[in-house]
Ligand binder design. Structure first.
Ligand SMILES: [Mn+2]
Length: 263
């Protein structure tokens, strides 16, 4: 059995090819997966209205429900595009929801999952904005506006915000390293980030123990990147939905993480 983690697909309501590709990926991993982690920004924007499901995401939601019915355990880490998950994810699917981060024990390895929008400590403006958009008054305001208007405006803003995140922060890589170092020093063996839309795979030795930092980039050249944690076949993989095949981007030995390094 294995844990599969994905991040930053930014599925928009009109991205039919991408939604179909994600459904293909879920179908592809169904025989092996027992735990699915969404490390934020699965959607270009999501707001969990009490009694409304956006119908253009039905194929994706139905596939997730199918996996849940088979006993797959879901974890959803808030991204900066999807943080008001609402009843579908919280109680109906259901997924364990994490607003910041969590340290999870998977087969004896301590894995720190976090979307990554908070790791740039220089970006104080964003931290303030994050607090405001997640506040109760904004949540209330959103519920008061009809869904087709609210979602229309939010999807438009999400597009602009994504360009802003990708274009900025040349120091982002170093923030990742520093932030991961702190998590590893506090006990994480593997740190998993998203958000940066780039691949980072960096083995580190902290306190004489082998550790690993992985950033899942989302999508590159029509391939969906995913992390697999499994006794025999752990690594960062790229899935091509056209040919329904995966390829190894980086592999590692899950059992070696957190173990003492010789010499
Ligand atoms: Mn993000």
């Amino acid at each position: 059995m294995s844990l599969i983690a994905i991040s930053d697909l930014h599925l928009g309501p009109d991205d039919d090819d991408l939604k179909a590709a994600f459904v293909e990926l879920l179908d592809f991993v169904t025989p092996e997966v027992d735990s699915l982690v969404i490390n934020g920004d699965l959607f270009s924007f999501w707001f969990g209205y009490p009694d409304v499901i956006p119908y253009r995401y039905l194929t994706v939601l139905a596939k997730m429900l199918e996996l849940s019915d088979r006993g797959v355990n879901f974890r959803y880490f808030h991204g900066n595009h999807d943080f008001a998950m609402g009843p579908f994810f919280e109680t109906y699917l259901p997924a364990a929801i994490y607003s910041d981060f969590a340290l999870i024990d998977y087969q004896g390895t301590n894995v720190h999952f976090e979307h990554g929008d908070l790791i740039n400590y220089e970006d104080t403006g964003y931290k303030l904005l994050r607090k405001v958009v997640r506040s109760k008054p904004i949540n209330w305001l959103f519920k008061a506006v009809p869904p087709h208007i609210g979602l229309g405006i939010a999807n438009c803003c999400a597009h602009i915000s994504r360009k802003y995140v990708i274009g900025k922060n040349t120091s982002f890589y170093y923030c990742c390293l520093e932030s991961a170092y702190r998590r590893m020093r506090d006990g994480a063996d593997l740190v998993v980030y998203g958000h940066g839309h780039r691949t980072i795979f960096r083995e580190m030795v902290i306190c004489r123990k082998k550790k690993l930092l992985v950033m899942i980039p989302g999508i590159k050249r029509s391939e969906i990147y995913f992390l697999r944690l499994s006794g025999e076949n752990s690594g960062l993989f790229a899935f091509d939905p056209e040919i329904r095949q995966e390829r190894v981007v980086h592999s590692f030995d899950l059992n070696s993480l957190g173990k003492a390094v010789e010499g």
